[in-house]
Write a protein that binds this ligand. Structure first.
Ligand code: ADP
Ligand code: MG
Length: 238
C-alpha cells in the first residue's frame, strides 16, 4: 500500500500550463521530497496527488487503481497541514479525532486510533490540553496526529515546518524521519529547503518551472547532478 504513479499528468490554470506532462513513480514506503525554488509547482503537484486540484490531463494511480477522478477524502492519502490549522478551542484529543468524527467512525475505534497516535507522537499526557497550552513542536505533532489516525496509504506534507524557528525545525525534521522509520508509510514532503531534502529523502525530485530536472537519492544527486541547475540547487550533502 502506498504506491503512487503519475502518468503524463498536466495542470493548466487558464491558458498557463504550470505542469507540463510529467511522469513519476513513488514506491510503497518511500520518503520522497519535492524540492525546487518558489513558484516551480511543488504545491500544485502535491495538490494534484491529493485531489485538491483536478489534473488537466493524464492519469494518477494509487496502489494500482485509477484515482484521477476520485475525490480527496476517498484517495486514502492524508495531507499534513501546518500547525496553525489546528482548532484553538478544541482539545488535542478532539483536534486529532476531527477527521474520524467527520467520517462518523465508531467512538471505540476512534479512541483506539487516538491512543496509538498519541503514543507514537509522545502526546499521551497532552490529550486534554488545548493547542494554546502546547509548544510549537507539540502543536506540529498534533497536526501530524490528525493525519496518522486516518491510517493513510501515504502522508503528504507541504512545507510543514516553514513557520517554526530554526532550532525547532531541525528537531521536527528528525521526528518526521523517525516517524517514517516506525510507520514505514509512503511520505511525500514538499520543501524549498535543500538541507531538508538532502537529510530526509530516500528519493529527491528536483522541480523547475513545473518539470522534473532530476530524480535520485541524495547521494546520486550530489555525485552526479545532471546539470548546473541541479548542482547549484542541491549544494552539499549532510
Ligand atoms: P511552489 O509551491 O513550488 O512555490 P506553486 O505550485 O504554488 O509553486 O505554483 C506554481 C505556479 O502555478 C506559480 O506560477 C503559481 O503562480 C501558479 N498557480 C498556483 N496556484 C494557482 C491558481 N490557483 N491559479 C493560478 N495560478 C496558480
Ligand atoms: Mg508551495
Amino acid at each position: 500500500m502506498g504506491r503512487i504513479t503519475l502518468d503524463k499528468i498536466t495542470k493548466k490554470f487558464g491558458d498557463v500550463e504550470v505542469i507540463p506532462p510529467l511522469d513519476l513513480t513513488i514506491n510503497d514506503g518511500e520518503f520522497v521530497v519535492f524540492v525546487g525554488p518558489s513558484g516551480c509547482g511543488k504545491s500544485t503537484l502535491l495538490r494534484l496527488i491529493a485531489g485538491l486540484e483536478d489534473v488537466s490531463g493524464g492519469e494518477i494511480r494509487i496502489d494500482g487503481s485509477d484515482a484521477t477522478m476520485v475525490p480527496p477524502a476517498k484517495r486514502g492519502l492524508a495531507m499534513v497541514f501546518q500547525s496553525y490549522a489546528l482548532y484553538p478551542h478544541m482539545t488535542v484529543r478532539k483536534n486529532i479525532a476531527f477527521p474520524l468524527r467527520m467520517a462518523g467512525m465508531d467512538p471505540a475505534e476512534q479512541d483506539r486510533r487516538i491512543t496509538a497516535a498519541a503514543d507514537v507522537l509522545n502526546l499521551t499526557d497532552y490529550l486534554d490540553r488545548r493547542p494554546g497550552q502546547l509548544s510549537g513542536g507539540q502543536r506540529q505533532r498534533v497536526a501530524i496526529g490528525r493525519a496518522i489516525v486516518r491510517e493513510p496509504a501515504a502522508f503528504l506534507f507541504d512545507e510543514p515546518l516553514s513557520n517554526l524557528d530554526a532550532a525547532l525545525r531541525v528537531g521536527m525534521r528528525l521526528e518526521i524521519s523517525e516517524l517514517h522509520k516506525r510507520l514505514k508509510t509512503t511520505m511525500i514532503y514538499v520543501t524549498h529547503d535543500q538541507v531538508e531534502a538532502m537529510t530526509m529523502a530516500d528519493k529527491i525530485v528536483v522541480l523547475r518551472a513545473g518539470h522534473i530536472e532530476q530524480v535520485g537519492s541524495p547521494l546520486e544527486l550530489y555525485r552526479a547532478p545532471r546539470n548546473l541547475f541541479v548542482a547549484g540547487f542541491i549544494g552539499s550533502p549532510k
